[in-house]
Design a protein. Structure first.
Length: 426
């Protein structure tokens, strides 16, 4: 296969045509003549025509200025001027039948005419072939060559475009890395540092940095802010806990996905509820938004990747939304503060949230535990698996006592908080 690819078409064509034309001519001359002397003359004329044709082809090569010696290499064969000699031989034999008063098969073909025919045919063979190539082959070759050049140019343009896109992508990645680093530094090294004095200008800078951060970095910032809130609350460092408020607010401003927004609203609500001077109305409003966003997120949750679900749901307890909103409603129940029965509208709202929280708890524990179990301080009659679940869902004493006190004030038993029977899980 390598040999066929490297031999030039001209060489192949010369050998091929020479075999087609010369061999039948020689056989015919030898087989159709009976006289030995006459055969010798015809063979002599045939050889003269052949040799002069080769000389004519050689002369054309010299005149054309393309004289090359034959070369044989490991992977290639170059006939050089021999190819033109072979073409000259072919040209001589091709025109010999059409030359007037010349017949190579005659008894005594004239030697001068034979020599002249061979020289003219040999010299003109290349000319004829070149003309044929110019008329038939070269246009097709040029057309193919132009198409190849166009494709090559198109490919070069695509390569240039890919290189430019890769360069731009690298620049974008470098810029994104800078934005991510800046956002993390502003959140962790400055916003969560109580020694750093926050200002309105710094608040705007923080929002801009979180907005420009990548989605992955924003998720990391959220998880870090959530962890900071919980640790600060457990250690009683309420001032540090309040420093997470701008972070959650900034995340909400640059996030559209409901499956993320309801978490941000909930975390913001917990800070409002647990800070040194609780903002119960703001906490209730944020929890209401979280519950509404959660309804929409439930429909889209199936499209979230498993890795992201794992990251976001590591410590999330969604029944807390309704339970904590019930806490806010109780804290805003002024009748309860005055030891009076709650208004029916307020009472219905609190019970609705507590029952929805009870339903979600039952769903999480496969109907083994509900809100009544969490509020009931007596656990002696429960089995080990129930106690383990209760430990994982344990309420803080302040919240539990507040709910029990409100229920008692309104003459409602914890066992009345049966889970709501709703088909949807929103």
């Amino acid at each position: 296969m390598t040999f066929l690819k490297t031999v030039k078409w001209r060489h192949f064509l010369a050998f091929f045509l020479m075999g087609i034309i010369l061999w039948p001519s020689l056989v015919y001359a030898l087989e159709n003549k009976t006289s030995t002397a006459q055969n010798s003359i015809q063979i002599y004329s045939w050889l003269v025509l052949t040799i002069t044709g080769a000389i004519g082809g050689f002369c054309y090569t010299v005149q054309d200025g393309e004289l090359e010696l034959p070369q044989i290499t490991k992977n290639n064969i170059k006939l050089g001027f021999l190819a033109d000699c072979i073409i000259g031989i072919l040209g001589a034999h091709v025109i010999s039948p059409i030359v007037p008063d010349f017949n190579i098969n005659s008894s005594e073909p004239p030697l001068p005419l034979t020599i002249l025919t061979g020289l003219i045919g040999g010299y003109g063979g290349r000319t004829v072939i070149n003309k044929v190539l110019d008329k038939l082959v070269n246009p097709k070759v040029n057309e193919i060559k132009n198409k190849v050049e166009e494709k090559q140019e198109e490919l070069n343009q695509k390569v240039i475009q890919v290189h430019e896109e890769q360069g731009q992508l690298k620049l974008n990645l470098d810029e994104q890395d800078k934005n991510d680093t800046r956002a993390i530094e502003l959140v962790i090294d400055r916003q969560f540092d109580l020694d750093f004095i926050s200002s309105e200008e710094e608040y705007d800078r923080l929002q801009e940095a979180i907005r420009d951060a990548s989605a992955k970095t924003r998720t990391s910032i959220f998880l870090q802010a959530k962890q900071t809130r919980l640790q600060a609350l457990n250690h009683g460092d309420l001032l540090k806990m309040e420093r997470t408020i701008p972070v959650f607010e900034a995340l909400l401003k640059c996030t559209k996905e409901p499956e993320l927004r309801h978490r941000y609203h909930a975390q913001l609500a917990y800070v409002y509820k647990d800070k040194e001077e609780p903002s119960w109305a703001e906490a209730q409003a944020e929890l209401t938004k979280a519950i509404e966003e959660r309804k929409e997120a439930t429909q889209q949750w199936k499209d979230v990747s498993e890795q992201k679900k794992k990251e976001l749901d590591a410590t999330d307890t969604f029944w807390f939304y309704e339970f904590n909103r019930a806490i806010c409603l109780i804290q805003l129940d002024y009748n309860f503060q005055d030891k009076k029965l709650s208004q029916k509208e307020r009472c219905d709202a609190v019970l609705q949230d507590l029952r929805e929280a009870s339903r979600r708890i039952a769903q999480e524990t496969k109907d083994k535990i509900d809100m009544a179990d969490l509020l009931n301080p007596k656990a002696a009659d429960r089995d080990a698996s129930k106690n383990l679940m209760l430990a994982s869902l344990k309420l803080n004493d302040a919240s539990k006592n507040l709910v029990l006190s409100w229920l008692d004030n309104n003459d409602i038993k914890p066992t009345d908080l049966k889970p709501l029977n709703r088909a949807s899980d929103q």
